[in-house]
Design a protein around this ligand. Structure first.
Ligand code: SF4
Length: 87
């Protein structure tokens, strides 16, 4: 985040597990890793408190956020028993 900026780009996960034949990301970026939700929320809150207005969440595969982690729910507040949860 640039100081004084109204827009922030916040990385929520990195890496990739897909190993597409033409791509180096899994080799150079490693396997998927999701940042802890509390860490992301704290970063966004700090940005908003400083006057920020727009946040874009980034990741190599944002749809994979929280997968492969025992400690993360892909959607905070969601019950794992929810019939609509695809996490
Ligand atoms: S980053 Fe995209 S293109 Fe590369 S391996 Fe992952 S899914 Fe495939």
């Amino acid at each position: 985040m640039a100081p004084g900026s109204a827009q922030a780009l916040v990385t929520i996960m990195q890496g990739c597990n897909n190993f597409c034949s033409f791509c180096v990301v899994p080799y150079v970026g490693g396997r998927e890793y999701s940042r802890p939700p509390a860490e992301i929320v704290a970063e966004v809150q700090e940005f908003l408190a400083a006057g920020g207005q727009e946040v874009t969440l980034l990741g190599q595969n944002v749809n994979s956020y929280g997968r492969g982690s025992q400690s993360l729910s892909p959607c905070p507040g969601c019950s794992a028993d929810s019939p609509t949860c695809r996490g």
